[in-house]
Design a protein around this ligand. Structure first.
Ligand code: FES
Length: 92
């Protein structure tokens, strides 16, 4: 297991996650408020934008995360794990 820094914008907070945990779970554990819905990759409520770094987006329905949004860096926090240090925008 590897640990990574997750910098949260626009909060300007940095939390520590790892490649075993979804970004959503790490965020909740650290008091970062990301909207939560199905936690199964099917509703899109937890959508965040990856501004820097590499992630594993896991399983997500194309209807809620289309390819053009992936190209713009969007990901579903409930399905995404960091592969490097990352900067995310939770879009408040
Ligand atoms: S909470 Fe539904 S897709 Fe993440």
């Amino acid at each position: 297991m590897s640990s990574y820094c997750i910098k949260v914008e626009p909060d300007e907070r940095t939390i520590i996650g790892n490649d075993n945990d979804f970004i959503l779970d790490t965020a909740i554990r650290n008091g970062v408020k990301i909207k939560v819905g199905c936690k199964g990759g099917g509703c899109g409520i937890c959508k965040i934008q990856i501004l820097e770094g590499d992630v594993d987006r896991g399983h997500s329905a194309r209807s809620v995360l289309p390819l053009n949004e992936i190209e713009q860096g969007y990901a579903l926090a409930c399905q995404t794990k960091p592969n490097t240090d990352v900067v995310i925008n939770i879009g408040k």
